[in-house]
Ligand binder design. Structure first.
Ligand SMILES: NC(=O)C1=CN([C@@H]2O[C@H](COP(=O)(O)OP(=O)(O)OC[C@H]3O[C@@H](n4cnc5c(N)ncnc54)[C@H](OP(=O)(O)O)[C@@H]3O)[C@@H](O)[C@H]2O)C=CC1
Ligand SMILES: N[C@@H](CC(=O)OP(=O)(O)O)C(=O)O
Length: 343
């Protein structure tokens, strides 16, 4: 029996981890996870696919006394910095961290299972899960990179409010509801975002860096290079928050080393794991947040030859549920693969 705990179980990612575990019957399904959150949530009962489960307040000794096989961490970067290594419990537990705390450490694997599972060594006990915008793009980009060698990426993202967790979604819903009561009223003041998000879009996610890009934008560059082992790949991103609940979308311009064409791209994407090609624009079939929300696979479409890069470039549009592909599902697939290695 594989035993697991979710820390941050009441949050947007934590709740999805429990659902993903349940759906992966082969490895995790039979055993309900232990759920931990902040002391605010202690004793609360959460309805899950495993039935009603009671939340415990996080306490490192309490958690370590259970010697779980896997811990899914879904709290904050500062929380992970403080606790992640201690939670490996002297090597007894594998900790898969959804935060950005360890992604850029050379000695910590940053993993998308379909791409670089081999980055996990036999003694690795702390594994970093990538940023959601990075993970979704990577699913479509890696097969293209493997065939044509990507040299340059220019990305514009359209990111859902759940990227800011459960409170982000609540702010969109509440702001929209209030605005619809009186369209002439000033927007609700923003708490989670830097401006009201209802009926708006905000071209700034996370902290501004010295180079004029935001941290969210730089994460995509840093992480794509690390996951693809492509330190020289040129990556420029504009990350934008939009008033949707779930699923991030990205328009991606790709410039390659080798000559590339649409038919070849479609062929390589059609057989790639974790992807579904939705590319029939004449019949209004393309990736969208509404169709990719709740789905395990990333949608890719609008595949066309680049007017800018000619026969060394294509344009694609991707859309994926960032709570799943960009967080919970990616983490559970990592654990499943690590468990599979033991067999
Ligand atoms: N949302 C997304 O799309 C993605 C998020 N991530 C990362 O995943 C992590 C979680 O994000 P998300 O689910 O969105 O965040 P939420 O704000 O929705 O959830 C945060 C969770 O952390 C818990 N928590 C807060 N403080 C403590 C504490 N002291 N001890 C134990 N638990 C605590 C909260 O519990 P309580 O309810 O008791 O406060 C809650 O369960 C973050 O690091 C984020 O960067 C990564 C990829 C995508
Ligand atoms: N920053 C992402 C979500 C997230 O939490 O990312 P990260 O794990 O890199 O902090 C968003 O706002 O959509």
């Amino acid at each position: 029996m594989v035993t697991c705990a979710i820390i941050g179980a009441t949050g947007a990612v934590g709740m999805e981890v429990a659902k993903c575990m349940h759906s992966r019957q082969s490895t995790f399904g039979p055993t309900a996870p232990a759920l931990y959150a902040s002391p605010r949530s202690a004793g609360k009962v959460m309805s899950t696919l495993y039935g009603d489960l009671t939340i415990a307040a996080f306490d490192v000794d309490l958690v370590n006394s259970s010697s779980y096989d896997y811990i899914f961490l879904a709290v904050s970067g500062s929380f992970s910095l403080e606790w992640a290594e201690k939670l490996t419990n002297g090597g007894k537990t594998v900790v898969i961290d959804n935060s950005s705390a360890f992604r850029y450490h050379d000695s910590i694997p940053l993993v998308v299972p379909e791409i670089n599972l081999a980055a996990i060594g036999p003694d690795d006990k702390l594994i970093a899960n990538p940023n959601c915008t990075t993970a979704i793009a990577a699913m479509a980009l890696h097969p293209i990179h493997a065939k044509y060698t990507i040299e340059t990426l220019i990305v514009s993202s359209y990111q859902a409010t759940s990227g800011a967790g459960e409170p982000g979604m609540q702010e969109l819903l509440e702001g929209t509801r209030k605005q619809l009561e009186d369209l002439a009223a000033p927007p609700q003041p923003a708490k989670m975002f830097s401006h009201p998000i209802a009926f708006n879009c905000i071209p700034c996610i996370d902290k501004l860096q010295d180079n004029g890009y935001t941290k969210e934008e730089m994460k995509v560059a840093w992480e794509t290079r690390k996951i693809f082992c492509a330190p020289d790949m040129k990556v420029s991103v504009t990350a934008v928050r939009i008033p949707t609940l779930r699923a991030h979308s990205e328009a991606i311009s790709i410039q390659t080393k080798d000559v590339i064409d649409v038919a070849g791209v479609k062929e390589v994407l059609a057989t790639a794991k974790g992807l579904v090609v939705k590319d029939d624009t004449a019949n209004d079939v393309y990736p969208m947040p509404l169709t990719s929300s709740g789905a395990d696979n990333v949608e890719v479409g609008r595949i066309r030859q680049s007017l800018v890069f000619g026969d060394r470039g294509v344009e694609i549009f991707v859309c994926g549920d960032q709570l799943l592909r960009g967080a919970a599902l990616n983490a559970v697939l990592i654990a499943e693969a690590m468990e599979g290695r033991k067999a």
